[in-house]
Design a protein around this ligand. Sequence first.
Ligand code: BGC
Length: 759
Amino acid sequence: MKQYLKHDAWKIIEEGFSPEYNRISESVFSIGNGRMGQRATFEEQYSGDTHQGTYVAGVYYPDKTRVGWWKNGYPEYFAKVLNAPSWIDIDISFDGEVLDLAKAKVENFRRELNMQNGLLSRSFVATLPSGKKLAIEAKRFCSMADGEVGAIRYSITLLNASGHMSVILPVDADVVNKDANYDEKFWEEIYKSADADRAMVVAETKKTKFHVATGIAFLFKENDKIKPVNTCTETREKYAAIAFSTEVKEKVSYTIEKYAVVLSSENHKKDLLVSVAEQKLRNIKSEGFDKLFDAHHNNWLKRWEGADITIEGDIAAQQGIRFNIFQLMQTYTGEDERLNIGPKGFTGEKYGGSTYWDTEAYCLPFYLGTADQKVARNLLVYRYKHLQRAIENAGKLGFTKGAALYPMVTMNGEECHNEWEITFEEIHRNGAIAYGIYDYIRYTGDEKYLTEFGLEVLIGIARFWAQRVNWSADKQQYVMLGVTGPNEYENNVNNNWYTNLIAAWTLDYSLQAIDFVKQDDRAAYDKLIKRIDFKEAEESNRWKDIAAKMYLPEDSKRGVFLQQDGFLDKELLTVSQLRKEDRPLNQKWSWDRILRSCFIKQADVLQGMYFFEDRFSFDELKRNFDFYEPMTVHESSLSPCVHVILASVLGYKEKAYEMYLRTSRLDLDDYNNDTEDGCHITSMAGTWMSVVKGFGGMRVREGKLHFNPFIPDQWKSYSFKVEFRGRVIKVDVSKGSTDIKVISGDPLEIIIGEEKELA
Ligand code: BGC
């Protein structure tokens, strides 16, 4: 855990340069706008430890799989989010001496990310080895108002000398992925050009053939007045730059404004990319930095209006929640149903920027609560569009007759994870996709979704479960062998309680969905079952039988559900018995030792109890929580939020609060020692759930909104808003009082605790 960032309600602040934490800061201070994003690397050259990263939504590369031993059924490739051409660099030198913070003495360093307006800024004084001292102020943003636009304002003042300054402003497509299986470069140049005031490179990804046009233009100013300069161009393969030199006077401020456009062939015709990018570049340069920034800022203000959560009395918690919401909003805006939410968003490459079960299990509630219903719907439609691929994916593993296995990791619907214990065995993800449909309909009431898209997906998933289980003559029940549950610290187990539960639930829910669609639109139903050759009587009878006779392991002595067969044979220790030096286990212990231990990576039985809370009594929940949580190391970022929600139900206020701080400040304080790889974007939605479903106790039951709020002792008050069926509801909780009202839309019956109220 590292605590070098200052606490502030709206800003993330690093004061004093900490090169040893630079990669962590580059992740934390990342900026983006749903279409593109980048790590907070420096504009000037930096020869110290850094990971330059720029990412464009939807642009990926199918990197050839690398495994120790090939197993039939492995995906051929692991899709990578691509480190894309960079537009941020501003290379500066004075009388031939390069400004490089790894070689200069750096004072008064401040890096700041203003979450209210998405502005990343930096200021510092650098003394070059020659003794020249200069002050720098840099500001940059990726426009929320126009996802293809970014801008930088970079000011330089020589403090103790005059001199000759040389500036190079490149577009650099000669970039590499940190995460590449064979150290290959993934981009080829298609086009480049540079002239007096603009440069452009169009790069093409190998194999996937995405085109990305990155163009830059600039303005140079002396004391805020435009100062014309003579420029020349520098080009080499995958690189185009504008360069100029000028005399600079002591204590006079010089500013470079660098304007950028990033257009991808996902959104424009390939043959028009250059001309559209050129036009856009001209427009944004003539608009200027301030106007572009105003539009960006206003867009952020509107987004915060609906999504902000305020916490009074605890600045660390306030900063934490805003950081999570900010990162989520800049990762996915919900405007494009082809996109989804990668576990690292635009902040790093690990996990490939692909879609995981995280979306349905963790992110969906955030978008349901803070955005128009169509945003969550788009996330579901994304999976509908991948259904055929999920059927092919199941086919590769030997399943037939329309059984669908959604991938654990995907960019385009194809599975691209290649650890056997996850690809083949972590099949519970299929259940989360069905649960996402249920969760969306429960929240919005949009049952029609079943008729339009939902049922077909459910049938595909149900068919998979029906083939994946087998009848145990010994138990006289259905069992599921050789799986990995959500707790990835166990592999190839039999009868993971959570997986069996969600499979049986999917079968039940699919049967209900069939009944609904039949009544809702018989013609649509008949058409669907004909198209997918659904043998209703035969298939649904089998589903009923499996759902009724699914084996769900439990230990009656302790009154707990068993994570899997044989769990009690383990040496049952608690995390408090572990030595500090052994944590995190995944970095300190061999995999073999982890697998044999009882330690749990993330909610597993408790994930099931969270999803299906209403099926369990308070005592059942308590017994299972008390049994499993003490063995849980929470080494998946997805773990603490589920525990906040359940601890809140149980009245374990301290535990709920401890877990809340852990999820909300996971990256800010680098709890798991891995923020340098990127931020944990999908778990950030879990932080939002921790407040709204955890402390606020929000649930939807039979179409009615329920709250059951409590306030952590450390807070004076908190408030949040949720969108619900055409209304906006504001919840204010302080010590001793709760105020819940509809602030826009029709009155609504809301249940607070056990009481019904009209808000
Ligand atoms: C977790 C998975 C999760 C993945 C991506 C892993 O560490 O165990 O549940 O889907 O990270 O966030």
